[in-house]
Design a binder for this molecule. Sequence first.
Ligand code: MRU
Length: 366
Amino acid sequence: MNVNGRKYRTIWLADDGWGVEIIDQTRFPHAFETIRLETLEQAAHAIRIMQVRGAPLIGATAAYGLCLALRNDTSDMGLMTACGALLDTRPTAVNLRWALDLMRKTLLPVPPEQRLARAYGMAERICDEDVAINMAIGTHGAKLISEVAARKRPGEPVNILTHCNAGWLATVDWGTATAPIYMSHDAGTPVHVWVDETRPRNQGAFLTAWELGQHGVPHTVVADNAGGHLMQHGEVDMVIVGTDRTTAEGDVCNKIGTYLKALAAKDCGVPFYVALPSPTIDFTLSNGLREIPIEERIGDEVSHITGLTAGGRIETIEIVAPGSDVANPAFDVTPARLVTGLITERGVLSADRQSLAAAFPERVAG
Ligand code: MRU
């Protein structure tokens, strides 16, 4: 996407052909800064502290992190140890495991002296494929949006609610939930996005709002609790969210609070769509509620908030009564029965085992 007139992806190979550049997402929306990663440890740290985040981008960063590790050690043991270190960074988004499995399966049969070049090639392919997948999701999703637009008065926008950031910043480019929005906007379909702020880390207010603004997409940031009220009053035509892991049965794990939006959408008859790139499907799991590991993050993310002071300083302040306990589950699971459709790169599917398996038979086979 374009930032200040320059085209960016969220991760790219540096000009020297081995370092890896990322956009530091902990600085948004106050600063746009890039960082160079040179070691496995730096890549793992970037994922853990969420300088990069969002399921597809976590996978892409892990793939490049493995390349950086192989610069020091291309042995089987080096490869496996690096995969383990990267896998330990964040537990919920399955794209991390998917990318590392793909890298490991590709690299283990290759002689150690050829592994480094092959690894960089594979990481680049993972990034390019992510972009292609998101563009396909965009095309399928934009059709859904144009169907809604056709039922509206001319010029009246399609109101879409989204949660967290499943935008281009969460992927290599385009985003999953945002790809249909960007394509609709670019094609002249009037859209307006309700952006959930997405406490505790504010990915909606900090990231989604920033990127929609950069692209000129009309949007309004709302407190997380506003969605149900907006739906009750006919202010939301459809919900589109992303996902960190979707099971073979179509249960959708996404940022904490997604489930409540799905419940409200069901009650109000608002279609609830999930933009789902195939690497985010975990065919080894069935029941999302029982089987998906939910990341528990530090309580400071709940008890503190970071923002810009009137004097232009970025400051973190405490907002919870001192001494209170805090809990910070980072994701929740929306059962398949609440999902209207899964917008995948191979079309819009119903959220069930049969549809997912029919669309992605090669993934079921492993
Ligand atoms: O904790 P985060 O910011 O990594 O969570 C991101 C989300 O929940 C996104 O909705 C999900 O990864 C889909 S990104 C296309």
